[in-house]
Ligand binder design. Structure first.
Ligand SMILES: O=C(O)C1=C[C@@H](OP(=O)(O)O)[C@@H](O)[C@H](O)C1
Ligand SMILES: C=C(OP(=O)(O)O)C(=O)O
Length: 422
């Protein structure tokens, strides 16, 4: 689904209010919990994009009933999980890491595969852990097959989760359904994207599951999972792309419905943009960002909010001074090797970016027109759109990749640019 797209230039300072769809991370956690619950659930304001539709379709083929409710909600009725089933993970980390621990509870054979690059994303930690918990799995990366027996003993596993927080989240989400629950112990370099594990613990507790945590150890006790009404927050990481438009054009963008308390890693954009010189205000209207005359470079550790790296790098490439992004070595295993991709694309437009062991440095230089490659990665595509706002003649080779987490990014972007003051 490649689709070359000429990135529109900003006609002036961008001034708009941009409602953004629901959080991918919350939607896909809640779908798994709703499918494993004791009673039906309603998921209000879910994200409906490729990653979440793949999750819903996979859970439905495993035995859950997922129907459309009023106002775009999803009604989820749990059912006995069974194979044979073929699961398409697309390029979704949340599907490939969260579903196998649930599918291990099914009766029958469950085969997993995904997009070409999905086969390169790290999976062996999750599959090794499932074997340790009693599952029968063939393969160590996509494609792989689970030979389900209808239940899983569970217990304690030690893993190295320095490659992805999703290894931990996936095991915890289904752990209450294992005979002995699950205890996940991490040994290795620090776990990245920790707010995402906090989010997992938070949704589990909201479903009445008992979770105990200590440093690098998470324990989920066996027990019921409550069905309930879930309300999905707007996706704050996707929102950063629209806020970036204000930051680089000296404009003002408001995202309505920004939560005052959240476990979403994207909330960190508030401090990041302030450090780069923006004025950031959180009020009952939402989050408003006003861009400065000149954006400052930043030296920043994004280990906890690594999915913001492409947006931050796009801003850094347009800033007034040098930037250094640290703590994100593991994003080489995201949708693409994001460090290499960002360096290639920034330099391809005449910039000066350099890979480091755990991130990159960017020295702003005047950028020129050219094709920005997305590598099938939604956040690479949106980073190209940000740069294209102020660098004439930029096109993004595969804007369709944004459907991974935003159903209509080109439409939202055009509407944002068409808005007048106020
Ligand atoms: O659990 C989740 O929903 C996510 C966890 C993070 O993954 P990593 O820990 O691999 O960075 C994040 O980057 C990804 O976008 C979503
Ligand atoms: C890393 C990301 O996605 P995934 O859930 O596929 O890992 C992301 O959205 O930035």
């Amino acid at each position: 689904m490649t689709s070359q797209w000429s990135a529109p230039s900003a006609p002036g300072p961008v001034r708009a209010t941009v409602p953004v769809p629901g959080s991918k991370s919350i939607t896909n956690r809640v779908l798994v919990l709703a499918a494993l619950a004791d009673e039906p659930s309603t998921v209000h304001a879910p994200l409906r994009s490729r990653d979440t539709v793949l999750m819903a379709e996979a859970l439905a083929s495993l035995g859950a009933e997922i129907a459309d409710g009023p106002d775009g909600s999803w009604l989820v009725r749990p059912g006995a999980l069974r194979g044979p089933v073929d699961v398409d993970c697309g390029l979704a980390g949340t599907v490939m890491r969260f579903l196998p621990p649930a599918a291990a509870l099914a009766d029958g054979e469950i085969r997993f595969d995904g997009d070409p690059h999905a086969r390169a994303r790290p999976m062996s930690t999750v599959l090794g852990a499932l074997r340790g918990l009693g599952a029968d799995v063939t393969g160590d990366a996509l494609p792989f097959t689970l030979h389900g027996k209808g239940s899983l003993p569970g217990g304690e596993v030690t893993i190295d989760a320095s490659g992805s927080s999703q290894f931990v989240s996936g095991l915890l989400l289904s752990g209450a359904r294992y005979d002995d629950g699950v205890t996940v112990r991490h040994v290795g370099k620090p776990v990245p994207s920790l707010p995402h594990i906090d989010m997992t613990v938070d949704v589990l507790r909201s479903a009445g599951v008992t979770v105990e945590t200590e440093q690098d150890v998470w324990r989920v006790l066996p027990g019921p999972i409550a069905g309930r009404e879930w309300h999905v927050e707007p996706d704050l990481s996707n929102a950063t792309v629209f806020l970036a438009a204000a930051a680089i054009t000296g404009g003002e963008v408001t995202i309505p419905g920004w939560p005052s308390h959240t476990t979403q890693a994207g909330d960190a954009v508030r401090t990041i943009l302030e450090r780069m010189g923006c004025t950031v205000t959180l009020s009952s209207n939402g989050l408003t960002v006003r861009g400065p005359d000149r954006l400052s470079g930043v030296d920043i550790d994004l280990h906890d909010e690594s999915e913001l790296t492409p947006t931050v790098c796009a801003l850094a490439a347009l800033a007034d001074g040098p930037s250094r992004i640290r703590g994100v070595a593991h994003i080489r295993g995201h949708e693409t090797d994001r460090i290499a991709a960002l360096v290639n694309e920034i330099n391809g437009l005449g910039g000066a970016a350099t890979e480091t062991e755990d991130g990159l440095t960017i020295d702003p230089k005047p950028l020129t027109s050219g094709v920005w490659k997305a590598y099938a990665d939604h956040r690479m595509a949106t980073a190209g759109a940000i740069i294209g706002l102020v660098v004439p003649g930029v096109s993004v080779d595969d804007i369709g990749s944004t459907t991974k987490t935003i159903p209509d990014f080109p439409g939202m972007w055009t509407r944002m640019l068409a808005k007048k003051d106020g």
